[in-house]
Design a protein around this ligand. Structure first.
Ligand SMILES: [Zn+2]
Ligand SMILES: [Zn+2]
Length: 391
């Protein structure tokens, strides 16, 4: 073992510079060419074996430690968002309309720092560490699944996988980990309703798609309130309702766009089934027809109990009990770390990155700004996890 805090402090300025370089040169999903090249360089500089892929920006680093131990994967997502940065500061995005507004620049820099430190202390590292630099978290079907299909979790087989996300809601030095789910099933549903158009003055003989779709919207509200068990979690939001053109034409078509979130797989299936039956039932009763396209996005992330125990033990050592929250409300957002966590036992956790001053903006906001001190928490946590998992 070596002194994690000392190594992290020593490398902090470099990691901050890497983070700023990535922040100033953000790349959207599947286009992470510079970021991926940088990850490759940092890994090689650390003496770590690197595997890249012809059709992907994914980078896999493999470090075989000098001591016996488990094979552990650490994951960072690399993509930015199609958003114009509105924060004026010295490392503002130099790419118009693209910004690291979710903190993936932080995740990538943290993993680069961890790789550098572990590379330096290779002889003291237990087992094998796999560094997963993942493309396209923000764009379903996402970059995690293709990486798994490329075999990143095999040969040697990964026994545990860990990932983290910065949170501007929490103070720097705060760590949150959940037993159970840490993110939601994140699905989309599009409903097309076909009625029968006509003159607004003569509704008889028509099937007004506006009226039918309105009934569908109201009836959808009963799924979460009446079909989902009270202690389960789900939300259905109709984010878009489009129908009709002018005052005196009864609309023939209506289109609804929904987002559907849940945690348990059974609840996800229930939402899908009920949306289809409720929509078809109402349309049938009113003489319209419907097509319902329910598309599964990312699945919820199941944190494994033993992996969560490891994160908890690491957090106790790194930030202390007073700066750790267990079992907070899971995020109803989606996160494709879930693909890794469904494949091998893993845990996803949050680290606080609230700015030292000024208002804290949430992820995906053009004013999103993080406290770079969180790089330290991230590195210390990941490093501690590697050793704790082998105790
Ligand atoms: Zn995001
Ligand atoms: Zn994110």
């Amino acid at each position: 073992m070596f002194n994690i805090k000392n190594d992290v402090n020593e490398i902090f300025a470099d990691v901050k510079a890497l983070r700023r370089q990535i922040h100033m040169n953000p790349e959207i999903a599947f286009q992470e060419f510079k970021t991926s090249a940088l990850a490759e360089k940092v890994l090689k500089d650390a003496g770590i074996e690197v595997i890249t892929y012809p059709d992907s920006t994914a980078v896999l680093g493999i470090l075989k430690g000098g001591k016996p131990g488990k094979t552990i994967a650490l994951r960072a997502d690399m993509d930015a968002l199609p958003l114009q940065e509105e924060v004026e500061w010295e490392a503002k995005s130099t790419v118009d309309g693209v910004m690291h507004a979710c903190g993936h620049d932080m995740h990538t820099a943290i993993l680069m720092g961890v790789a550098t430190i572990l590379g330096k202390h290779r002889e003291k590292v237990p087992g094998t560490i796999k560094f997963l630099f993942q493309p396209a978290e923000e764009s379903p079907p996402g970059g995690a699944k293709p990486m798994i299909e490329s075999g990143v979790l095999r040969d040697p087989d990964v026994e545990l996988v860990f990932g983290l996300h910065v949170s501007t809601r929490d103070e720097v030095g705060h760590v949150k980990v959940n037993y159970g789910y840490s993110s939601a099933n994140s699905d989309r549903c599009n409903i097309y309703i076909k009625g029968k158009g006509g003159h607004g003055a003569y509704p008889q003989g028509t099937v007004d798609a506006v009226v039918v779709a309105s009934h569908v919207v109201v009836a959808l509200q009963t799924i979460v309130s009446r079909n989902v068990a009270p202690l389960e979690n789900a939300v259905i939001s109709v984010g878009s309702f489009h129908s009709g053109t002018v005052n005196n034409i009864i609309s023939e078509y209506a289109e609804l766009k929904l987002t559907c979130r849940s945690l348990a797989p059974e609840v996800r299936e229930l939402l899908e089934d009920r949306i289809i039956s409720v929509t078809n039932g109402i349309c049938d009763a009113m003489g319209a027809t419907a097509t319902v396209d329910y598309t599964y996005g990312y699945s919820s992330t199941p944190n494994d109990d033993k992996a969560a125990d490891i994160v908890k033990a690491a957090a106790l050592a790194v930030v202390g009990e007073e700066n750790m929250t267990l079992n907070t409300t899971p995020s109803m957002g989606g996160e494709d770390f879930s693909f890794f966590a469904m494949e091998v036992p893993g845990a996803f956790f949050n680290i606080g990155a609230k700015p030292a001053e000024g208002e804290a903006y949430p992820g995906h906001n053009p004013k999103f700004f993080v406290n770079e001190e969180a790089l330290k928490t991230g590195m210390e946590m990941m490093l501690k996890i590697v050793f704790t998992a082998n105790e």
